[in-house]
Design a protein around this ligand. Structure first.
Ligand SMILES: Nc1ncnc2c1ncn2[C@@H]1O[C@H](COP(=O)(O)OP(=O)(O)O)[C@@H](O)[C@H]1O
Ligand SMILES: [Mg+2]
Length: 459
């Protein structure tokens, strides 16, 4: 579909149709007026002829000089036929005897002329018939005067109207069509400009299209396109970031694994080899944890999955309880007491898998960074304002206030945090929270040392 052709079709076709209808009406009306005028002249001749009937030598006759008839004829540039006859008693008086009589239905009344079309000697003839009473002669009491003329002049006139008015109006319509075409072309110019601008762009150029000079009707479309390209740009950025992160992070553990394997290969002593294989096992664990984190980060990136949002009501109590249950074994292994409290029901719209990842990262951190014998408490509740909250409390070393912003950055870890982490957990937490419109706060526990992380969901 081309906008241009649609516009032109919808403007030009109605214009030409309307013109044709208008011209037809004009033509018919003009002809009717002209015919009326011709009819009046015809009637004039009939009346004049009726006046000239007189009695001569005991006979009825028309006192019309031939010259007068000829004049009538030449003036009208058509052939004139006439007949004067007596109706009562019926007899011919003068003229063409075989002229067709008026249609019987028309019942000529005294003084009222009747116009009719007839065919005479192979030609179409317009005729008028007129009845006249005669009082001063016993020869005839009622006269019938008929005058007819061929249609040459009338047809010539209709041809002229057709040519003159037709050609003038056709010129006007052609000019209007030209102006419309120009107007449509002119109106579509801004779209052309946008097209040229987009075509001229470099391949990776995803900057927004300028909105200046864009017609108001088109602006929403451009805005939508800009929104779309912005999403695309963010998606590209997310992919780029993921590849950068992944390649950066995977190089080291793979190099370590390779070195450990090489070392194991040259060991003669089986016990020593076992020790190295155990190290390989641990490194593989850490690496796979990191791959898992990287993938979680990529998955939770709003740009990467904006179109596949599957939001559903999530029961936060169930979710947090399930996470605690899963992490019970590692907690026990580290000598941590893991408690859960979820009395008040709390539901929020969200993506269950991502929310689970969020809670798991917080609880995992609490277990991981709290020394043996410590306590971790997970609470789901509603705050005073009615927001659903998840809180993870531990009595470990905590995070200094100056570090509380930085720990959310990718790969940021605090000194002495142990080997098996990569600094992505809190970045994932923040990304998922942002995606759900939730707020995270790192704070101090109500008493003693440790960390309190609270995630507050919107109502
Ligand atoms: N509960 C906590 N107590 C003390 N320090 C923490 C706690 N949670 C996170 N941290 C600190 O924040 C850093 C970033 O955490 P995170 O992003 O989860 O990465 P990772 O756990 O892989 O190191 C951790 O290295 C740790 O130093
Ligand atoms: Mg962590």
């Amino acid at each position: 579909m081309r906008l241009r052709s649609v516009l032109l079709r919808w403007l030009l076709v109605p214009l030409i149709t309307l013109w044709a209808i208008g011209f037809r009406i004009h033509y018919v009306r003009t002809l009717a007026l002209a015919n009326e005028a011709y009819d009046r002249t015809l009637l004039g001749s009939a009346l004049a002829m009726a006046e000239q009937v007189s009695v001569r030598d005991g006979r009825l006759g028309v006192d019309m000089p031939d010259a007068a008839l000829e004049m009538l004829e030449s003036q009208a540039q058509d052939r004139i036929f006439y007949r004067v006859g007596c109706l009562d008693p019926p007899s011919a008086v003068n003229g063409y005897d075989d002229l067709p009589a008026p249609p019987p239905a028309s019942g000529t009344v005294d003084g009222q002329p009747v116009f009719f079309d007839a065919s005479y000697r192979g030609e179409l003839v317009r005729m008028v018939a007129l009845r006249r009473p005669l009082y001063d002669t016993p020869l005839c009491r009622q006269l019938l005067v008929q005058v007819g003329e061929t249609l040459g002049a009338r047809q010539a006139l209709s041809r002229r109207v057709l040519l003159d008015a037709g050609s003038l109006q056709l010129t006007l319509v052609a000019m209007a069509a030209l102006l419309i075409t120009l107007g449509v072309h002119r109106g579509l110019l801004p779209l052309r400009r946008i097209r040229d601008e987009i075509r001229a762009r470099g391949q990776g150029d995803l900057t927004p299209i300028r909105l200046e000079g864009v017609p108001r009707e088109v602006a929403p479309l451009i805005e939508a396109i800009n929104l779309h390209t912005d999403r695309k740009r963010r998606l590209n950025e997310a992919h780029r970031q993921f590849i950068a992160d992944a390649s950066h992070q995977l190089k080291t553990p793979l190099a370590v694994l390779k070195a450990q394997a090489a070392q194991a290969l040259v060991q003669q002593d089986v016990r020593a080899m076992r020790g190295i294989v155990q190290e390989i096992h641990d490194s593989t664990d850490a690496t796979s944890r990191m791959v898992h984190q990287l993938l979680a980060l990529a998955r939770s990136d709003p740009a990467a999955t904006a179109t596949q949002d599957l939001v559903e009501p999530v029961d936060l109590v169930d979710l947090a309880r399930a996470v605690c249950f899963d992490l019970l074994t590692p907690a026990l292994a580290r000598g941590i007491e893991l408690g859960f409290d979820g009395e008040t029901p709390a539901t929020t719209p969200g993506q269950p898998l991502l929310l689970r990842e969020l809670v798991a990262n917080l609880v995992d951190n609490a277990i991981r960074y709290t020394p043996a014998g410590g306590e971790v408490a997970v609470t789901v509740r509603r705050d005073n304002a009615g927001h659903a909250c998840i809180e993870v409390l531990d009595n470990g070393p905590g995070i200094a206030p100056t570090e509380r912003e930085a720990v959310f950055e990718r790969f940021h870890r605090l000194h002495g945090s142990g080997a098996d982490g990569c600094g992505l957990g809190l970045a994932i937490v923040r990304q998922i929270a942002e995606r759900h419109g939730a707020q995270i706060e790192l704070g101090d526990p109500p008493e003693g040392h440790g960390l309190r992380v609270s995630v507050r969901f919107p109502r």
